[in-house]
Design a protein around this ligand. Structure first.
Ligand SMILES: [Zn+2]
Length: 231
């Protein structure tokens, strides 16, 4: 099975669903991360080009630590467009990797790049599945789509799916996200690792798990088709 996580900035998917991705690797699934931009404009003093190179290295280290592959598209932080070119690029990756599962941002965010990444992914899923939309790779339908639990994307985020995090996946996640300077708190005062660590406890405890990462699913995915109520 292939799991594909598509994020606006290097670090978004790593923090919000990285422990689940690590768990899939430990379950012998293939995992790929696609970062649409490096997220290179978040450093208070380092030149943007220099920080972009550092973010790429950090993202590669995270992927190595959890056992995933990683790719980057060539877009700039805070300038991520929603257009046919980027949708085609993401749809082509979906056709090439043929994932069973795609994970991306929830639709609402205080960061426009995150909301755009959601729209790009939704459109790419549609065009990847459209047989008559001819590209070099054959079409591919992704049966499972999930949206991640990101502090910047919390408006209207009410998760339905909770995945228990096992200790070995947690350790890989912690090692991997600690590669990111911003996650360690070196660029802003937001305590990323402590926040997502605590969130795993908060999401897990009411469901009887020591730790969990939470997801929403597309509207309609939880609909039940019944012949009678209660069946
Ligand atoms: Zn981001």
């Amino acid at each position: 099975m292939m799991v594909l996580a598509i994020g606006a900035h290097a670090g978004d998917m790593d923090l919000t669903c990285g422990a689940v991705l690590a768990q899939h690797v430990l379950n012998h699934d293939e995992v790929a991360l696609v970062h649409l931009t490096p997220g290179e404009k978040g450093h208070p003093s380092m030149p943007v080009a220099e920080y972009a190179a550092q973010k790429r290295e950090e993202a590669q280290a995270f992927a190595r630590d959890i056992g995933a592959q990683v790719r980057f598209l060539d877009y700039r932080d805070a300038e991520l467009p929603v257009n046919g070119r980027v949708v085609d690029e993401v749809a082509d990756i979906i056709r090439e990797l043929r994932p069973s599962i795609v994970v991306t941002h929830w639709k609402n965010s205080i960061h426009p790049d995150h909301a755009n990444a959601h729209q790009i992914t939704e459109q790419a899923l549609f065009y990847a599945s459209l047989k008559t939309y001819e590209r070099t790779q054959p079409s591919h339908f992704v049966p499972y789509v999930y949206y991640t639990d990101n502090w910047e994307d919390s408006s209207g985020f009410d998760p339905e799916v909770f995945v228990e995090i096992q200790p070995d996946a947690y350790e890989r996640w912690l090692q991997g996200v600690s590669r990111y300077a911003y996650a360690r708190g070196e660029t802003t005062r937001f305590p990323f690792i402590a926040y997502y660590n605590a969130l795993m406890v908060v999401r897990g405890a009411p469901r009887g798990f020591p730790m969990a990462q939470a997801f929403m699913v597309p509207e309609g995915d939880l609909h039940k088709r019944l012949s009678l109520l209660g069946s």
